[in-house]
Design a protein around this ligand. Structure first.
Ligand code: AMP
Length: 189
């Protein structure tokens, strides 16, 4: 597979290691890792208009509304560094967001190349999430994030499987082995 030109979505529950993998893979592939969670956290830290709007929603472990996210992602994907590919970490998270992403890509005559699902057993997810929890995250918020994932984001698995874009990777192994598994999954297409 060529180093550039990949448009990749990393899918997986909170605590599955998407963020870690996104950064490492993006570096290898020479494409930007785009984490909507990081972008929103930065907006909150800066106290921007967007940050003020999303702060409470994020703190509660709920999803920021699709229209707001569409604006964030449209602007980010329009930047020149995303022109030859990108690795999305944390977007799309709803069916509506998946449609928005397709629409954005259609305007540049592009489409997704890979959707990688990082799978980790539920109990491990909870243990991992508690281990890395941010100071203001309560256990309830972590549980809420998982609930929201199952309700709103997990349906995307079937969505992308039906389009034959989905590849499943065992996320319950070392960071290096997960990365190797993702590279193998990407090369197999
Ligand atoms: P993350 O770091 O990806 O877990 O994102 C942290 C938080 O940011 C989430 O719990 C949501 O509140 C919000 N967020 C990030 N990405 C999205 C998205 N695609 N749609 C809605 N909310 C999002």
């Amino acid at each position: 597979m060529a180093a550039g030109g990949s448009r990749v979505v990393l899918l997986g529950p909170p605590g599955s290691g998407k963020g870690t993998q996104a950064i490492s893979l993006a570096e290898d592939l020479g494409i930007p890792a785009i984490s909507t969670g990081d972008m929103l956290r930065q907006a909150v830290a800066e106290g921007s208009e967007l940050g003020k709007k999303v702060e409470a929603v994020m703190a509660a472990g709920e999803l920021v509304d699709d229209a707001m996210m569409a604006a964030v992602v449209k602007e980010r994907l329009a930047k020149s560094d995303a022109g030859s590919g990108f690795l999305l970490d944390g977007y799309p998270r709803t069916e509506s967001q998946a449609e928005t992403l397709d629409g954005i890509l259609a305007t540049i005559s592009a489409s997704l190349d890979h959707v990688i699902l990082i799978e980790v057993p539920e109990q491990k997810l909870i243990a991992r999430a508690l281990g890395r929890k941010r100071a203001d995250d309560s256990e309830e918020v972590i549980q809420e994030r998982l609930r929201v994932y199952h309700e709103k984001t997990a349906p995307l698995i079937a969505h992308y499987r039906a389009r034959n874009l989905l590849r499943e990777v065992d996320g319950d192994q070392s960071i290096a082995d997960v990365k190797t598994a993702i590279r193998t999954a990407m090369d197999s297409r």
